[in-house]
Each structure stands twice: as structure tokens, then as C-alpha cells.
Design a protein around this ligand. Sequence first.
Ligand SMILES: Cc1cc2nc3c(=O)[nH]c(=O)nc-3n(C[C@H](O)[C@H](O)[C@H](O)COP(=O)(O)OP(=O)(O)OC[C@H]3O[C@@H](n4cnc5c(N)ncnc54)[C@H](O)[C@@H]3O)c2cc1C
Length: 419
Amino acid sequence: MTELSRRNFLLGAGAAGAALAMSAAGVAYAADKKDSKEEDWSSQVTEEISCDILVIGGGFSGTASAVQAGENGDKVVLIEGQSALGGNGTGVECTNAYGLHPNSGEATLGDMVRYEADAQSYTVNQMFIRDMISHAAENVQWLIDNGVQYEAIEDLDPAYLAMYKEGRYRAEFSFDYVYKGGAAGIGYFPFMKKKLAEYGVNLRLNTRARDLIVDEGGNVAGAYATDTYGDTIKINAKAVIIGTGGFGEDADRMGKLGVDLNDIRIIGTPGHYGDGVTMMIKAGGIEHGAPAFGCTNIIGSAGPWGPIWDKLCWGGPCLWVDINGERFSDEACSTYTHNFELQNVPVRLAGGTCWSIMDKNILETMLDGDAEAAQLWDEMVAKGDDSYKADTLEELAGKMEGVDKELFLANVKQYNDLV
Ligand SMILES: Cc1cc2nc3c(=O)[nH]c(=O)nc-3n(C[C@H](O)[C@H](O)[C@H](O)COP(=O)(O)OP(=O)(O)OC[C@H]3O[C@@H](n4cnc5c(N)ncnc54)[C@H](O)[C@@H]3O)c2cc1C
């Protein structure tokens, strides 16, 4: 075997996303992950209630919907599987409010739609983006009218403010306000919860929707849910709104997208088993559009690589190639849109696997003298689990599962020529 040259050996790392830690808001059914899709809930009903509107899921979407329906005078039931409202919204600093930033004065609606669509690599429905942007001001006003509290970012912790101003936490045209306390769990949900009570919304925590009720005409007429005690509730409703968030904990669905839950660390609050998607498909819904699985449950490797992980997945001075070994993106994307890598767009575009290719110099620059990160890196390489090093590009290509060697070599050459 050739002696490894410290200067020249090459490294490849398979990356599946980026991660931050966020504490759990509740544990109501954390242990209840059993597959209940085929269960006959109608035969187990112990309680039956009726309403105009049933809202399933008490995150941002569900809570806002329930407040709005209550405000409209509807009889509303809101069920949330966890023991608290908030879902992944709990730790959210702020929701972008387009067009409200002083610098956005010159920007047109089209400019803002393009900016956001570009940030998502055109993988999301632009009609939704347009709707969100054009109603930003009235939505913020509605929240304020319902008691939600904001504070200027200038009043925040200086270190946070510095990051925020760098642009990583704010879209180009959004305003400079965050929820009070810098988290929706403080400035948003407690106030919206008060409104739910004021409007007489029947809020049931620890209550997980299991199946939609579909009447003889094929219309959704409510849902079956279970509570902490395992009792089954039949909820009849004239309309059902589903706001169950993402499906990061649905092993089947994530598996189909090429993500093995054993290999990733899910961030966000627990309870994202994809119930809403599953129930809707069972009731006749059709899947539409690209899954944006970074949106509500950002995922990352189980390997705690410290700072190097961030640098690999959130852009960095590496060449990125897809599952075949082909370059697919401008790797500098993270310098102009944080959303690109945060929403796992690279991984999706790369067919589920994005290899970061670097040489020894780049690795050492990224490790920046961090001995612990260096050790973690060595351990990952020793395991040969998604991280490899080699003396030559040919040897490296042989280690990267599924990569077409010739294609890979041609892409590295082209990249180097361009650089
Ligand atoms: C760490 C982190 C930071 C983020 N920061 C920001 C940010 O600063 N700004 C921003 O705009 N966005 C941010 N996001 C994204 C944001 O959190 C989500 O877009 C948002 O929370 C989605 O709201 P939602 O109501 O659709 O889903 P969720 O917030 O996921 O809420 C879904 C709710 O449904 C409940 N549920 C699920 N299944 C059932 C069921 N069967 N029955 C009853 N209830 C059920 C869940 O428990 C959950 O409470 C962040 C996300 C994370 C993870």
C-alpha cells in the first residue's frame, strides 16, 4: 500500500443534512410509535363529540387555524398529540414577514417571490409563496391583534444579534422583529392559547388523530383520535384542517426518500410520524410536489462531528457530488441562501446522497485545531461509515458506494480546472 501523503490524501463524506438540537416539548406518545394505520378505530369508540371545525395538530398552522375559526364564530375542536401546543414552532425565533423591512421598499412582489422560490431551489409551490408574501403585513397585524408579542432584534442578546444580522436567520426582505423572548414558545403560543380559551375552542392535548372519518359520499366528516389513556374519541366535524407538520419520524416514508432513521439525528419536537399525510392519502388524497423534509424536521448524521459537520453540510470549501459522482450545484450556495442547505435541498437534488470531497489541507482548515472534532473524524473514517480517505481519486471513487468512477474523475477534473 502506498504511504499516505499527509498533504494529498482525499476524503469523502456522505452527508444527509444539517442539525441543531432542540428540546422536546412533550412526551405524550413518544413511546407510542406502533404502526396503527390498519387499526379499526370505529369499533373502539369510548367518547363521541361534534363540532363545526376539527383542527388536527397544534403547531403554528393548527393553532392559527383554530384561533381564526374561533374568531369566525365556529365551534372548534383542536387536538394536539403532545402535552403542549407549539410543535416545531416552539423554538422558532420569528416567522419571516416579507416586504416589511425598510430595505424592501424597491422590491416588487415578483422580486420577493423569486427570492424565496430560488432559496428553495424551486422545489415548493410558488402559489403558496406568493400568497404568504402578499399577505405578510395583514397576517402580522392579525397576530398582534390576537395578542402575539414581538420585540425588536436590537433588544436581543448581542451575540445572537450579530448572527441575525449576518443574514443567516432572516430572509432578505423580512422585518427586524422576533417573537418576544426570541422564541414563539414565549411570545406566540401562550397568547394564542389565551385566545383559544376566549373563543371557546375545545383544546385537547395528548390527543392523537388516528384516522379520518369518510362518509358515504366520500367526504371527510371528522376523525378518530386516542388520548393518553388509550381511549378512542370519535370527533364529528363539518370540516377538518390538518396541521400535523412533517414526517421525520415516519421510518417508511423517510426510507422511501433514501433516509435511514438509524443514521440520522432528528431535531425538533417529537411526534412527527407523518400521521396527517398518511391519513390524507388513505382518505383519497394525492401526493403532490417535492417533499421538503427539512422544513419541519431538519435531519443530520448520527455522527457528532462537531464543527466539521456544519462546515460539510452547510456549505464549505468542498466539492459536492451526487450519488453518481456528478457535481450538481454551486457549492457556494450557502453564502447566498441559508435555506438551500438547511432544507436539505442539496441532498434531495443529489438523489439522497451528497458527497463532500476535500483534500487534507481543506480538512485541517475546517477542523481549525479542534482536537475533539479531529478525533471524531478519525473514528468515523476508521468505521468506514459514510466517511472515507484515500491516496488517489481513483481509490476514493472505489470507496464511495454507487459512484461512477469515470464520471466522478471527469467532474473533479472539471472542477479543478474551473477553480
Ligand atoms: C430547530 C428549528 C428551528 C426553526 N426555526 C424557524 C424560524 O426561525 N422561522 C421559521 O419561520 N421557521 C422555523 N422553523 C420551521 C418551523 O418550525 C416550521 O415550519 C413550523 O413549525 C411548521 O408548523 P406546522 O404547524 O406546520 O408544524 P409543526 O410545528 O410541526 O406542528 C405540527 C403539530 O402537529 C402535532 N401532531 C402531529 N401528528 C399529530 C396527530 N396525529 N394528532 C394530533 N397532533 C399531531 C405535532 O405534535 C405538532 O405539535 C424551524 C424548525 C426547527 C425544527
